[in-house]
Design a protein around this ligand. Structure first.
Ligand SMILES: [Zn+2]
Length: 245
């Protein structure tokens, strides 16, 4: 069964590779008999003016949802690597080994964490980590990190409360995540997010099918207005019909 689109617009294939050139030029529409939702198709690039703050917001949100108890910053030793990218790749391996050591020391299976790279002014990587970990001795951490990577400068702080956690997250984690070649900008363990409420509260979609259309959200809004259909804007989406108050 085909549900016609209310816009006098027809679905089109969208470019396979998103880029800032196409950012928000297209939309995706989910429409049922009584209601609909349309979402702006963003490129999600970190270099895109529009998407970058949204991406940063996502990292911050994800970091907060893990309810961290410990904030760790690890550094690299530039003398040991030809490029910052090489140093960053070594830090990813180093952090994997380090968290196994921490877990073993604490008699646990694993350490839930989220890790985010930042580039220093000189371009070298810092790795900021929020974790749910017990007490870790700073000197042990420094000595172990040196053994694993050749760098001994580390910073560790216990997070006293949620307010402090939020401050660390926006100051260090969400400031300017950097992608070094061969690594991810940020990543987290599967057991990191403990607050699942949000996913459960997501409203049901009007239909199973999403249509991609070659029109920005504003054009759809105009079409709805022209047809006298009340709708609501929610940032990068509009909704109409049932569910619109
Ligand atoms: Zn974009």
């Amino acid at each position: 069964m085909t549900t016609p689109l209310p816009f006098g617009l027809s679905p089109v294939p969208t470019p396979k590779k998103a880029s800032p050139l196409y950012c928000s030029e297209h939309s995706t529409v989910n429409r049922g008999p009584q209601a609909g939702v349309a979402i702006s198709l963003r490129c999600k690039c970190w270099h895109c003016e529009m998407c970058q703050p949204i991406n940063r917001g996502r990292v911050i949100h994800r970091a907060k949802r893990g309810d961290p108890s410990t904030f760790i910053t690890l550094t690299s030793n530039p003398a040991l690597y030809k490029t910052p990218d090489e140093a960053a790749r070594a830090m990813v391996r180093g952090w994997r080994a380090l968290r196994r050591r921490i877990a073993r020391k604490q008699g646990r299976d694993q350490i839930p964490f989220i890790a985010v790279f930042e580039a220093t002014k000189a371009g070298w990587p810092h790795l900021h980590i929020l974790a749910r970990a017990g007490w870790i001795d700073q000197r042990w951490l420094s000595a172990t990190w040196k053994e694993l990577t050749g760098a001994f400068i580390v910073d560790i702080r216990a997070i006293q409360d949620r307010g402090r956690a939020a401050a660390y997250v926006s100051k260090y984690v969400g400031k300017d995540p950097h992608r070094f070649i061969g690594t991810q900008r940020f990543w987290n363990s599967r057991d990191w997010q403990i607050d699942r409420e949000e996913a459960d509260q997501r409203p049901a979609l009007p239909s199973d099918r999403w249509w991609k259309i070659e029109a920005p959200l504003a054009e759809l809004a105009n079409a709805l207005a022209a047809q006298g259909v009340p709708f609501e804007w929610h940032g990068h989406r509009i909704t109409w019909g049932d569910g619109t108050q």
